[in-house]
Structure formats: structure tokens, C-alpha cells
Design a protein around this ligand. Structure first.
Ligand SMILES: Nc1ncnc2c1ncn2[C@@H]1O[C@H](COP(=O)(O)OP(=O)(O)OP(=O)(O)O)[C@@H](O)[C@H]1O
Length: 989
């Protein structure tokens, strides 16, 4: 039994000699063949080469994790303050800070590890697979099967189709209209054309043009293959750079792990797997995604606080110098005050809240959150864009009508479309048939004709199946066309008995097309083109009037909600060279085929739910404007006159969006998008609901325009949605999406249950709410403490708090505040509006409540002064420290209950049990620690009993003031906010 030869190991592993060798040499070098490996060979190679795991998927070592945690902005600033303390030999403060840094770094690293593990476990539910050709045993026929990507070995023969991720480094053996996205490797944003060049003769093999047994094997590349000025994009639809690029990634016959198939199909042999791929070389760790809104707002809050922290020491020093005439000796105290402001548990609380919410979504709704912070972004999202097919509709089209050019039923149009689909699938070796092609084949091969159509098919296909495919180009979402070149059964010039009645020329004649052919000359083939009505009609030899009339007919059919295919054909002489875009011109129009794609059963409910949540939904589709408008009307997104439905949230409600005469009202077409500059597009996008006939790039542009005004999600399932998924703040896809869409998405919805989005949005908002709660509570009480410390530092002859006491107090606060990650602050308001964390609004809130907290502290100082005077023989410094410690922990406990997100309505929802326990624990420590044996070593002393009733009074007044201020703030905010989301202030959560 052969195994990958040791001496050729490097060649196999690097895949580089494969770049210089012909496909045959490559197969030999890999001891493989076009029929693939045997299962036994593959098993042996798997042991030898290891699993084909994505580089960077290995766990991050603890050391690196801790180092990253220390590098977080707050921890880094704490560390700097600690160093300052050490330099001035203030060892107490330095130790306090060191303990805080270690605790927060360890908690953060542990939390992240746990979150990563659960995300990895969730993602393992959706393993990536590849279609591989293997033989059960030597001499047995090869079979194609789906195999987890990590089981691929060098020498495996794999099939690639649109929407697939390239599972390893591969060398193309055959390719048809193949273009790949390899931005992650080479930075090229446009798809790059690839073909199976055999080095040595440098010519494409079954490649960039039509693929088939008869056409291109002996072909030379032709101008126009990669797009020229006169022919437009090549038949592969690819215009990307890279062809002339000297880098290895531009090698036309090599595709690399990390890239994905944009269009076309291919058969390829695996030349390198796992750590030996170029992806592994290029990226020690996978490239990070762009930071979303949530990340950005948390960071901006962090930097705002850091600026405040850095301001505090000089202010404290100056105040002390001015009032007490003290100098640098108060620096340790000033540093302690700055430390007091730090919400060092912020990263821990964020990670814990998000991980917990993601786990809940996976359990309850089978929603997989692949990037934790995307959940925060989803909570802040004001706009959700979605494609139509496969998301709002089921993507299970059924043939409904087959119409001749004059609009009369004619089964042959669907049959020609089906024949073209059959050969496209067959010759391009597509791993998965396109749903439209599948529907055509299903309908036309059934003996009773297409289901539900009185006029669609039902005719005998025997004659048509005798036609043979010569070359084909699969559907490409940019060109919106697919083509097949067919050879008639008797291509020697004699029309075959069965072929004649069905030959497209007969339809040409009936349609009044050019020429009335009755027979094929020797070597004459027929090119059958099917695709979007606009694209096919543009390529048909028609006068303007007739073309306009056919456009009107197409629009009428589309407005009935049908997915529409136009079919055209042309006779071409057989040739040795490949067929080129020019061959698709001057077609004879055969007719239209209409297919009905039912709405997804949960789509309407999901859209209504999103509307209730204040999320504006926009539909971005490649389909006909009429079809898109009809679907949106049926789903309640558009009113009959094209205005966004009355109850739909909008960024600028009430616009009709009639920006293009000809398109149904309310629909913006891709062609119009191209005429608008970015600012104007942002305006139009904000007030329109439906964007039709959009290319993948136009979808991405609309999403980018929307992002300039609001956090924007995109829900899509196909390869034509890839660019938009990348462009959005949050990419979502259903579980049945193409692998490439699943890989690009941050959130994968369970099954086709769209209502799960509503739950995911609600979970994101709850996380945003919990994090906003944490920040409000921690920052307002920290700010209060800092102000009180500054006042006490100036007024008192001793330190207001000893370093050990600061340490214990902070650790108690930190431990209790972690419980906020488990709270579920749910309010009616929170459910209706995006949860956006706004640093400035937060700052206003924190300043107000911080001053209130400082007032309570100062009142406590007065109470303490009275109590200490009353208590005989009490050490006044120790009494002050104990009294303030108790008051601090009690006020913190109150604040945690009263300042939870959601305002007064939040009180209706009971705090989560961990929060109640934390609050009770905090209060107990505050009351009991000074009295316990631990009190004395910490410099505390029991207080005279008279202190407690006075403290209770202060706390009652403080609690009442908190509740009143909170209610007043909410009334003000509600008054400033109109009923509909988008015109008023956005919530802080
Ligand atoms: N297999 C196919 N062969 C030929 N033409 C097709 C095929 N599939 C789709 N089309 C045509 O291309 C048009 C655009 O299809 P595309 O797949 O880009 O968008 P879509 O799937 O309809 O919409 P969405 O963007 O909502 O997923 C369709 O309206 C149809 O006319």
C-alpha cells in the first residue's frame, strides 16, 4: 500500500513544487490519482501528517493569556500606578495595587478561557466538511462523500463549488468559471479567477471559460477570459486583480486554505494540510475581526475613565499642597485615590455576561454565537439587513409556469432551461445543485409534469436528453447567468427524429426569432443561456420596443411574487477554442420560466418581533425588484404604495423610496445604488426598505452606508452575501447557509427559525443592560468615594483609609460586582430600543450619582465625628476608618439594588439570586468585619452603638434621594424621547 513518500514529504507539505509541476506530476508526487486515494491510504496519511486543523485554533497558553489581561487598559494603568508607588517606596500602596492587578488578570484570563471553550464547543456542533473523492479499496470505483475538513490528507481529491471554503492548499485539476475570495491571504478584495493551468504548456484545463469534454482542453487562453473593455467581465465574471500579480497567491492553478469559492466549481488535489498550509505560514494566529460598536463603546468608556484616573493624582497633590501645605509625601495617597476610581472588573464582567447569554441562547434556541462581543453589538443594533432567498423565503422553488415569448404556456422553455441546468451541473461537477436548477430538473423529469402547473411541462423529454453537453458555465451571482453549450443528437447535419420538434430553433421560429433552422450543419452547437430577465434580454437580438415589452411582461410576472428565469439560445460553430462572452450575445429569446418560492413560515412573525424591538429591517436581494417588493408586501414590510409599513421602525420613517422610475415604489435597485455617492446613499438607505438586483458588492456598500448611522446587522445565507456579512457590525446566517457564509457569520441561527433573532437581540440587550448597570453602579460609587477621599484627605490629619483597608474594600466590591454579570435587567423600554452604551450620557449619570454618594459619605463623616465624641476612649483614626468602611459597603449594596438598569420599571423584575446574595454578603461584611477578630489587624475598631442608628438615618435619606433622582432622570429622558426609535436619544441600556 502506498503512503506519501518520505523523500517527497517537503514537497507534499509545502505544496510549492506542486505549483511548478503539471497536474499529472503533482498527482504522481502525491502518490494519488484522479480517482482519489483509497480509504486505507488516507488513514495512513492522517496518522503521518496529522489532522488538517486550522492554524490558530490551538488553545492560547496561560502565560500569553495573562500577559494580554495585564495589557488591558485598566490593568495597565493600575500597574503603572503600582510602579509609581514602588519607586517612591510606598510599599503598602504598591502591594495593594499588585494584588488588584493579579486578581483581575487571573479572573479575566480564566473567564476568557471558559468563554472561548464554550464558543469552541458551540462551533464544533457545525463541523466544516469537504466533498472528497475516495475509493473504498484498491480497484474499487471512487465515491464522493462529505468528510470533516480535519480528516483531509495530502493527495485527497476534493470538489469545490460556490460558497465552499477551500479546505486545504489545493492544486486545481479541473475548473469551471472558478473565482475565489482570498482577501484574508493576499488582501485582494475582489474575487480572483483561477483555472487549472498545466505548467509546461501554460494553458488552462477545463477552466475559466466553459467546461466540458469537447471544448477547452486544447484551448489557449483567449482575450476576454478575464474581462476586457469590450466584452465586460469574463464569462467567469471575474475582474479581480491578481492575474498578473507575482505573489504565490496569484498562481492561477493553486487555491489556498483560508480562501473561499465565489463562483464556479473545480476538482482539485490537496497538496498541503494543517500547519503546512500557506495560511499557517502567513498567520500564526487567525486575523482578528474588526471591532464592533459594542467593543468600541466599552473601550471609549475605558479611555475616558483612564484620562480621569490620570488627572486625579495631580489634583489631589495640588489640593493638599494648597490647603495643608503638604508636598510630595501625599503622592501615595493621591495614587490610592486614583486606584479607587478603577472599574478593574469591567473586562471580567463583560466576558462573563456575554458568555452566559451566549450559553443560554445555544441551549434554548440553538443559536450559536461565534464571536462573543457580537451579542453586545446585536443588542445595540438599530438596523438589520437581510437577503430574501433562503432567509425570508424557503429557497425551495417550485416551477409554476413556462411561457413562450408571446406569453402563452410553452413547456419547452422550462425543458430547455432544465437541460441547460442538467449539463451545467454535470460538466461543472458541482457538488451541490442550485435550488432553481434543482427545481427545474425536478419538475421536468416528473412523468406528470411540474407540480402545480397547468402549463409548465409534462412533455416528453426523450429527445432533449439525447442532446449532449459540450461545455458549461455555472450560475454566477455577479453575472446572474448560467450557460451550457449543447451538441444536437445528430450533429452531422441530419436532424434527429426526436430532436427536431424540440430543438430551440423551433421555438426561435415560433417566437419570430432570427432564421428558421431546420437542421444543424456539421459541428454546429447551441448555446443555451438562462438567468435574470435583464441580463438575458440584454443579450438577445431584439429591437428596443420588443425588449421593453418583454421587460414589462417580466415585471408583471415578478410582481406576482415569482422568481423569474429568462431563457435564450444561439447557434454557434463548434471550435477548438473556448466559448467566450461574445458567444452569449445575439441570442434568440425563448421565453420565461416562473418559479414560486414560499415564504419561510416564521419570517412574518420574526419581522413583527423585530419591529416591536425597534429594529428597522431592510431587504437586500439579487432578485427582481418586483419579486422583492411582493415578498416584502406579503411579509408586512411594505405597504401597497411602497412606503415602509406603518408599524415598521425606520431611521427616517415615511419616505416612499421611489428613487427610480420603473422599479416598484419603495424599491431601490443596485443600478441606482451605483449612481449615489456615499453620503447620498446613507440618506437613501436610511429611508428605504427594499434594495433589489444588488450584486454582492452593492449589498456590502448599502450595509456600510447604513453603519454610518446605526449599528447594523446582516442576515444572509449564500455566497452572494459574503461581502455584506463582512461589512456589517454583526453577520448572521441560518444554520443551512453555505459554508463560507457560516464561516463569515458571528451568529448562526438554529435551523430556519428566524424568530430566534428576536431572542438573540433581547439577550444582547440584556447583556448591554447588565454591563451598563455595572458601569453605572461601580463608577458612581467609586467617584463618590474618590471625592470623599479628596475631601477627607484635605480635612483630616490622618489618612482617610489605610492601604490594607483599600485592598479589602476593593476586593469586596469586585467580588460583589461580579454578580451583576448574572443579573437580567429586563424592562419594557429595554425591549423596545437598542441598548447603546453612550460614554457621554454615562458620564452625566455617574457625575450626578457620584456627587450624591459623596454627599452621603460626607454626612457619614459628620455622624462619625458625633459618635466618636460620644464614645469614650475610642481611637478616632481607627473609628473613622471602621465607620467609613461600614458605610461604604452598605451604600455600595444599596446602589447595586437601586441603580440596576431599567430604572423604576426594573424594580418590577426581581434581582437575580446571585445579585441578592452578593448584596447581602457585602452588607454583612461591612457590618461585621470591624467587630470581628480581623478588624484589629486591619486597623479597625468596634464603633460606639450610637453610630448605627445615625448611620441608618443617613442611609435612609441616601436611599430616598437615589430613588427620587433616578425617577426624575427617567422622566426627563422619557420626555426628551419621541415614541418612535431613531429620532430621540438612544438608550444607555
Ligand atoms: N441557477 C440559476 N441559473 C440561472 N439564473 C439564476 C440561477 N439562480 C438565480 N438566477 C437568476 O439570478 C437572479 C439573482 O439571483 P441571486 O442568487 O443573486 O439572488 P437571490 O438568490 O434571488 O436573492 P438573495 O440575494 O435574496 O439571496 C435571480 O433573480 C435569477 O433570475
Amino acid at each position: 500500500m502506498a503512503s506519501a513518500p518520505e523523500s517527497r514529504g517537503t514537497a507534499v507539505r509545502s505544496g510549492r513544487p506542486a505549483g511548478a509541476a503539471s497536474s499529472l506530476q503533482t498527482l504522481r508526487l502525491l502518490e494519488s490519482g484522479p480517482r482519489g486515494l483509497t480509504e486505507a491510504q488516507a488513514e495512513e496519511r492522517l496518522v503521518k501528517h496529522g489532522e488538517n486543523t486550522v492554524p490558530g485554533s490551538h488553545p492560547v497558553p496561560w502565560g500569553l493569556r495573562l500577559a494580554r489581561a495585564v495589557g488591558e487598559p485598566f490593568t495597565a494603568v493600575l500597574l503603572c500606578l503600582g510602579l509609581v508607588s514602588a519607586v517612591i517606596a510606598s510599599w503598602g500602596t504598591a502591594c495593594v495595587i499588585a494584588v488588584l492587578v493579579v486578581v483581575s488578570a487571573v479572573l479575566r484570563a480564566a473567564g476568557e478561557r471558559r468563554a472561548e471553550r464554550s464558543v469552541a464547543a458551540l462551533c464544533a456542533v457545525l463541523p466544516q466538511t469537504a466533498t472528497v473523492r475516495r475509493r473504498p479499496a484498491e480497484g474499487a470505483a471512487p465515491v464522493h462523500r462529505e468528510l470533516p475538513v480535519d480528516q483531509l490528507v495530502p493527495g485527497d481529491v476534493v470538489r469545490l463549488g460556490a460558497g465552499d471554503l477551500v479546505p486545504a492548499d489545493v492544486r486545481l485539476l479541473r475548473a469551471s468559471g472558478l473565482t475565489v475570495h482570498q482577501a484574508v491571504l493576499s488582501g485582494e478584495s475582489a474575487p480572483v479567477p483561477k483555472h487549472a493551468v498545466d505548467t509546461g504548456c501554460e494553458r488552462p484545463v477545463g477552466n475559466g471559460e466553459f467546461t466540458g469534454p469537447g471544448a477547452p482542453d486544447s484551448a489557449d487562453p483567449v482575450p476576454g477570459a478575464k474581462g476586457t473593455a469590450d466584452t465586460g467581465p469574463g464569462i467567469g465574471g471575474a475582474t479581480g486583480p491578481g492575474a498578473g500579480d507575482a505573489t504565490e497567491f496569484s498562481a492561477p492553478h493553486l487555491c489556498f486554505q483560508g480562501s473561499s469559492v465565489a463562483s464556479g466549481s473545480a476538482t482539485a488535489v490537496v497538496v498541503a494540510t494543517g500547519a503546512h498550509t500557506r495560511f499557517a505560514d502567513a498567520w500564526a494566529t487567525p486575523p482578528g475581526r474588526r471591532r464592533g460598536t459594542f467593543d468600541r463603546s466599552v473601550r471609549s468608556v475605558a479611555w475616558l475613565l483612564i484620562r480621569c484616573m490620570l488627572l486625579i493624582p495631580p489634583v489631589a497633590l495640588l489640593a493638599d499642597a494648597a490647603v495643608r501645605g503638604r508636598g510630595l509625601e501625599t503622592l501615595p495617597f493621591a495614587v490610592t485615590v486614583a486606584v479607587g476610581l478603577t472599574p478593574e472588573m469591567l473586562p471580567v464582567v463583560v466576558t462573563a455576561a456575554l458568555a452566559r447569554a451566549a450559553g443560554g441562547l445555544a441551549r434554548r434556541r440553538a443559536v450559536l454565537v461565534r464571536r462573543l462581543h457580537a451579542l453586545g453589538d446585536l443588542g445595540a443594533a438599530g438596523v438589520l439587513c437581510t437577503d430574501k432567498t433562503g432567509t425570508l423565503t424557503q429557497d425551495r422553488p417550485v416551477l409554476e409556469c413556462s411561457l413562450a415569448p408571446d406569453g402563452t404556456p410553452d413547456a419547452r422553455v422550462a425543458q430547455w432551461a432544465a437541460l441547460s441546468a442538467f449539463w451545467t451541473l454535470h460538466l461543472a461537477e458541482l457538488p451541490v445543485p442550485d435550488p432553481l436548477d434543482e427545481a427545474l430538473l425536478d419538475a421536468t423529469v416528473e412523468p406528470d409534469g411540474p407540480a402545480g402547473s397547468g402549463d409548465g411541462g409534462g412533455a416528453d423529454l426523450g429527445g432533449l436528453w439525447d442532446w449532449e453537453g459540450v461545455a458549461a458555465l455555472p450560475f454566477d451571482p455577479v453575472r446572474r447567468l448560467s450557460c451550457a453549450v449543447l451538441r444536437p443528437p445528430h450533429a452531422d447535419g441530419t436532424p434527429g427524429p426526436a430532436a427536431a420538434p424540440h430543438a430551440p430553433e423551433a421555438a426561435e421560429a415560433a417566437a419570430g426569432g432570427p432564421g428558421e433552422y431546420t437542421a444543424y450543419g456539421p459541428g454546429e452547437y447551441t448555446v443555451v443561456v438562462k438567468g435574470a430577465a435583464e441580463e438575458v434580454l440584454e443579450r438577445c437580438a431584439l429591437d428596443d420596443e420588443r425588449r421593453a415589452e418583454l421587460h414589462r411582461r417580466a415585471a408583471l410576472l415578478a410582481e406576482d411574487g415569482l422568481r423569474l428565469l429568462a431563457v435564450g439560445c444561439a447557434r454557434r460553430r463548434s471550435r477548438l477554442g473556448p466559448y467566450v462572452p461574445g458567444d452569449e450575445r445575439g441570442l434568440t429569446f425563448l421565453g420565461f420560466v416562473g418559479l414560486r418560492d414560499a415564504l419561510a413560515p416564521t419570517a412574518a412573525r420574526a419581522l413583527a418581533g423585530l419591529a416591536r424591538q425597534g429594529v428597522a429591517v431592510k431587504v437586500l436581494t439579487g432578485d427582481h425588484p418586483g419579486t422583492a417588493a411582493r415578498v416584502c408586501r406579503d411579509l408586512g414590510l411594505l405597504d401597497a404604495d411602497g412606503t415602509p409599513a406603518a408599524d415598521a421602525p425606520s431611521q427616517d420613517a415615511g419616505a416612499t423610496g421611489t428613487v427610480r422610475p420603473g422599479a416598484p415604489p419603495g424599491v431601490v435597485t443596485g443600478a441606482v445604488v451605483d449612481t449615489l455617492d456615499d453620503d447620498r446613499l446613507a440618506e437613501v438607505a436610511a429611508r428605504s426598505t427594499v434594495f433589489a438586483r444588488c450584486t454582492p458588492a452593492q449589498k456590502a456598500r448599502v450595509v456600510r452606508a447604513l453603519r454610518t448611522r446605526s449599528t447594523t446587522g446582516f442576515l444572509g445565507d449564500g455566497v452572494n452575501d459574503l461581502a455584506a456579512l463582512h461589512a456589517a457590525d454583526i453577520g448572521l446566517c441560518p444554520r443551512t447557509a453555505a459554508p463560507v457564509a457560516r464561516e463569515a457569520a458571528d451568529v448562526v441561527l438554529g435551523a430556519k427559525e428566524l424568530t430566534a433573532i428576536e431572542d438573540a437581540v433581547a439577550a444582547g440587550r440584556r447583556c448591554g443592560g447588565a454591563i451598563a448597570s455595572y458601569l453605572r453602579i461601580v463608577l458612581s460609587s467609586n467617584l463618590g468615594n474618590v471625592l470623599a477621599m479628596l475631601v477627607a484627605g484635605v480635612l483630616l490629619p490622618f489618612l482617610p483609609m489605610l492601604p490594607a483597608q483599600v485592598l479589602v474594600q476593593n476586593l469586596c466590591f469586585d467580588a460583589a460586582q461580579l454578580a451583576l454579570a448574572f443579573d437580567r435587567p429586563g424592562t419594557v423600554e429595554g425591549r423596545r430600543r437598542p441598548a447603546v452604551l453612550r460614554p457621554r450620557a454615562l458620564l452625566g449619570f455617574v457625575t450626578g450619582f457620584g456627587l450624591l454618594n459623596a454627599a452621603a459619605d460626607v454626612a457619614t463623616f459628620a455622624v462619625l465625628a458625633l459618635a466618636v465624641r460620644h464614645g469614650t476612649g475610642t481611637d478616632s483614626a481607627a473609628a473613622f476608618h471602621s465607620g467609613w468602611f461600614t458605610e461604604n459597603l452598605l451604600t455600595q449594596a444599596m446602589v447595586m439594588l437601586l441603580l440596576r438598569t431599567g430604572g423604576s420599571a426594573a424594580y418590577a423584575r426581581r434581582p437575580a439570586r446571585p445579585l441578592l446574595l452578593a448584596v447581602a454578603g457585602l452588607a454583612a461584611v461591612g457590618l461585621l468585619l470591624p467587630l470581628s477578630p480581623l478588624g484589629a489587624p486591619l486597623g479597625m475598631t468596634p464603633l460606639p452603638w450610637v453610630y448605627y442608628p445615625m448611620l441608618a438615618l443617613v442611609l435612609c435619606v441616601y436611599g430616598a434621594a437615589l430613588a427620587l433622582a433616578r425617577a426624575a432622570g427617567e422622566r426627563r429622558a422619557a420626555g426628551a424621547r419621541p415614541g418612535r426609535y431613531g429620532k430621540g436619544r438612544k438608550s444607555d441600556g
